[in-house]
Design a protein around this ligand. Structure first.
Ligand code: PMP
Length: 376
């Protein structure tokens, strides 16, 4: 994948941009364009990383493309599983690779739900797990977030009964960007009956800086009914390449694997994963850069007197004072794609963090389309 030429204007704003940004390549060109969306549209709709994969991951993908495209990737999968296991201090038998973490959510539904079973989730949250559950004929039990848009773990634990096959905790939560703390998660894991599997989705884990936050991976050893899902789509900038994974007990991993498609990954993304997973310097630099842009956006929203949910992820949910759907379309007409409407939060707009330049373009459009006084 080659980088687009850097325009003088973009280069200047790129150099002058927030902390750490001078080390970051410019945003990557996007081949995928919904119909009618111009090539230079700003994509702030899917919580992707606008800077794309690291230089090492790009080089590894090119090499794999050249040398390994003709062969089934069994050995590459084994190598990545072993590297992920080493990275997290677990055994390779506890790791399952998915075609994105979306596949992990899907196979968790397949393995632990079915007719007569329930899936307990927050409302709103990332809805894929609910959609896949429908196929199994399980019943979704939606537990509203608290008034400050956080998981109501007490109510979620209370919603679990003998029929519950799966409980989904998205931490940080999409679309709110809120987190549950390590202490909250730990006591929740103790309260959920062992007959239900707890799936903690940590797609946005790397963006969190709050010291009270903990990855659920800390409790894997003592929680046999826990699955943690991770992805290479967000901080690692590989959404188009498709790789995620789960960590769990060996028994749960075995149950998940039964629902996998054989060779569900590919040699290129596996090579990129090997180059990315241990690259803590790159991850840290991406986190600082994207979080600095998020801080810049939030400061401007605050100055404008707008309500928004303080976010721990690479997106922000902003109150817009009315139905968000026409606003989504008005942004689109200006060449800016923003997040979809979440039916239980119809007056809120989710915007992904882009480059500083993209994020400023979003802010100017927001100021035009929803003057600050309309929501203050
Ligand atoms: N979990 C969450 C919370 C997400 O927001 C997304 C995608 N936006 C996914 C999982 C799936 O991502 P992927 O399949 O690319 O890993």
């Amino acid at each position: 994948m080659s980088l687009p030429a850097l325009s003088r204007r973009r280069f200047a704003s790129f150099l002058g941009a927030s902390l750490g940004a001078a080390l970051v390549p410019p945003r990557v060109a996007h081949a995928r364009r919904p119909a009618g969306v111009p090539d230079d549209a700003i994509l702030l709709n899917s919580n992707e990383n606008p800077y794309g994969p690291s230089p090492a991951a790009r080089a590894a993908m090119s090499r794999a493309h050249e040398r390994e495209a003709a062969r089934y990737p069994d050995a590459n999968e084994r190598e990545v599983v072993e590297e992920i296991a080493r990275h997290h201090g677990v055994s390779p038998e506890q790791v399952v690779l998915g075609c994105g973490s979306g596949e992990i959510l899907r196979i968790a539904d397949m393995a632990f739900l079915g007719p007569g079973r329930t899936l307990v989730v927050a409302e709103p949250t990332f809805e894929a797990v609910l959609l896949y559950a429908r196929v199994t004929k399980a019943e979704g039990v939606k537990v509203p977030l608290t008034a400050d848009h956080r998981h109501d773990l007490g109510a979620m634990a209370a919603a679990c009964d003998a029929r519950t096959g799966l409980v989904y905790v998205c931490n940080p939560n999409n679309p709110t960007g809120t987190i549950v703390s390590g202490a909250e998660l730990r006591s929740f894991l103790d309260r959920v009956p062992r007959s239900a599997v707890v799936l903690v989705d940590e797609a946005y884990h790397h963006f969190v800086e709050d010291t009270g936050y903990r990855s659920a991976t800390e409790w894997l050893a003592r929680t046999p009914n826990l699955v943690v899902a991770r992805t290479f789509s967000k901080i690692h900038g590989l959404a188009g390449m498709r790789l995620g994974y789960s960590l769990s007990s060996v028994e749960i991993a075995r149950a998940l694997r039964e629902h996998l498609f054989w060779n569900n990954t590919n040699a290129s993304v596996l090579a990129a994963a090997l180059a990315s997973i241990g690259d803590t310097a790159h991850v840290e630099q991406q986190r600082r850069s994207l979080n600095a842009t998020r801080a810049e956006l939030c400061a401007a929203l605050r100055r404008d007197g707008r309500a928004f949910v303080p976010s721990h992820a690479n997106f922000v949910l902003i109150e817009v004072g009315g139905d968000v759907q026409p606003l989504i379309e008005a942004f689109r007409a200006r060449g800016i794609l923003v997040g979809r409407k979440f039916p239980s939060l119809p007056h809120w707009l989710r915007v992904s963090i882009g480059t500083p330049e993209e994020t400023r373009a979003f802010l100017s459009a927001l100021r035009e389309l929803v003057p600050a006084r309309a929501v203050a």
